[in-house]
Write a protein that binds this ligand. Structure first.
Ligand SMILES: [Zn+2]
Length: 388
C-alpha cells in the first residue's frame, strides 16, 4: 500500500530541495515527490518524520572491505611514500587471521549502513573473505587482479577463467598489459563496470614515464620484475586511453596526478572518476584538481577507500573534506558526488535520487533553513534513519 512520507525538507538531489515536502512510496519504489500540500489530499496514510531531511541514500564508489583490519590511524604515516605504505600493508595482511579480517569487514559494513550508505563498490583480492551481507545495503564486489610479470598475468588469467566474480584490475602500474586488455574485454562483454586505481601517486607517474623509481625497485624486491614491462612514456590516463580501456563503464579511482589533457581524455571517453580525498590526505599523495574536473564536464563520485589509507570510512566526512579543500564548490555539487554521480558510475540508476521509480531514501534530522549546506558542509554528526 502506498504511504506518504512527510518532512520539513525533501532533498531529491535530482531536483531542487522542497520545503515541507512529501514522498510517496509503494512496494519499495518511489511513486511521486512533491510538496506535502500537493500530495496530502491523495493519500490517507502518512508518516510524518518531522524536522529533518528526506534524501537518497549515499553511494560509496570505492572501498576495500578486506583491508578493514589494517587501521590507518596511529600507525605508519606515509607522507607521500606510497611504496613504503604498500610494504607496511602487505606485512600486516600476512599476520592477521581470516576470522579477524571478516569480523572487521563486517563492522565496516554495519557502520556504513548506519550512516546511510546503501550502495557500495567493494574491491578485494579474496572473494571468500568478505561475503557478509546486510539487508538493504547493496554491495557490488569486484575481484581485483594484478601482476606485472608475464607469469603473474598468466596465473591471474587462469584465476579469471576458473572463477565467477566480476573481475577488475588494480592499477596501470601493477598490472600486465595483456591482463588489463583481457579483463576489460570481459567487462565489456557483460556490460560490467571496470574500476581501476589511476594516477594516484607521483611514483606511479614516474614508473609509467620511465620504468624507474620506487615502484621499479619495489617490484624487483618482490621478485616480480621479468623485463616484460615496457614503460609507455606517458601519463597513466594516456596509457589507459592508448590501450582503449577508457569508456563510460571504466571508473578511474583517485585521478590525483592528472593534467588538462588527461581530463579531456576522460571527458571525451565519458569515463567515470572516483575521488577518495580522505585517502589522498592520509597517504600524502596530493589532491586531484576537482574544480578543473568539473569545468571539463566530468561528474566525479566519491569513495572512502579502505581503513588502511583512511582513518574513518564516512561518506559524510568525504563530503566535508571536499568542502574543506575546495571551498568554492557548491553544496549541491558535493551532494551529487556522494549520491547521484555514484549511482550512475556504478550503473545503478535506481539509487542516488528521489524521483519516480527510484528505490533509496534516508531521513537525516535537521532544523534549519539550508539543508544542502548542512548535508555537504556541516561536520556535525548526522543522525540518520533508513526508509527504503
Ligand atoms: Zn583503493
Amino acid at each position: 500500500m502506498a504511504v506518504l512520507h512527510r518532512a520539513s525538507w525533501v532533498v531529491p538531489v535530482v531536483s531542487p530541495p522542497i520545503e515541507n515536502g512529501g514522498v510517496i512510496i509503494d512496494h519499495g519504489r518511489i511513486i511521486e515527490v512533491d510538496t506535502f500540500e500537493n500530495l496530502t489530499s491523495l493519500y490517507a496514510q502518512t508518516i510524518d518524520h518531522g524536522e529533518g531531511i528526506l534524501m537518497p541514500g549515499l553511494v560509496n564508489c570505492h572501498t576495500h572491505l578486506e583491508l578493514s583490519h589494517c587501521h590507518a590511524e596511529g600507525q605508519y604515516t606515509p607522507a607521500g611514500d606510497m611504496v613504503g605504505w604498500i610494504r607496511e600493508l602487505l606485512a600486516s595482511r600476512a599476520i592477521d587471521p581470516p576470522e579477524l579480517i571478516a569480523a572487521q569487514a563486517r563492522k565496516c559494513l554495519e557502520d556504513m549502513y548506519a550512516e546511510g550508505v546503501d550502495l557500495i563498490a567493494d574491491i578485494g583480492n579474496d572473494p571468500a573473505l568478505t561475503r557478509d551481507h546486510i539487508k538493504g545495503l547493496q554491495v557490488l564486489f569486484f575481484h581485483e587482479l594484478l601482476g606485472l610479470s608475464k607469469q603473474a598475468a598468466e596465473f591471474m588469467a587462469k584465476t579469471m577463467a576458473s572463477g565467477q566474480s566480476p573481475y577488475t584490475c588494480h592499477a596501470p602500474y601493477s598490472t600486465n598489459k595483456e591482463l588489463l586488455l583481457q579483463v576489460k574485454e570481459s567487462c565489456r562483454e557483460v556490460q560490467q563496470i571496470f574500476p581501476i586505481h589511476t594516477a594516484e601517486s607521483r611514483a606511479e607517474v614516474e614508473f609509467l614515464q620511465s620504468g624507474q623509481g620506487d615502484f621499479r625497485r619495489f617490484i624487483e624486491e618482490l621478485g616480480g620484475w621479468d623485463n616484460s614491462f615496457t614503460a609507455p612514456g606517458c601519463s597513466p590516463v594516456q596509457y589507459l586511453y592508448d590501450l582503449d580501456l577508457l569508456d563510460n563503464q571504466t571508473l578511474c579511482v583517485h585521478c590525483v596526478q592528472v593534467d588538462d589533457h588527461d581530463l579531456q581524455l576522460l571527458r571525451q571517453t565519458k569515463s567515470r572518476v572516483c575521488l577518495c580525498i580522505g585517502s589522498n590526505e592520509y597517504l600524502g599523495v596530493g589532491f586531484p584538481p576537482v574544480e578543473e574536473m568539473l569545468m571539463a564536464g566530468l561528474r566525479p563520485c566519491l569513495g572512502t577507500d579502505s581503513l588502511a589509507s583512511n582513518p574513518v570510512l564516512s561518506m559524510w566526512r568525504e563530503m566535508n573534506l571536499i568542502h574543506h579543500y575546495y571551498p568554492n564548490i557548491p553544496a549541491s555539487t558535493i551532494l551529487n558526488m556522494a549520491t547521484r554521480n555514484g549511482a550512475l558510475a556504478l550503473g545503478c540508476p535506481e539509487y542516488g535520487g528521489l524521483a519516480e521509480n527510484q528505490a533509496s531514501m534516508i531521513f537525516v534530522k535537521y532544523t534549519g533553513q539550508d539543508p544542502l549546506e548542512y548535508l555537504a558542509f556541516d561536520t556535525a554528526q548526522k543522525h540518520v534513519a533508513r526508509w527504503l
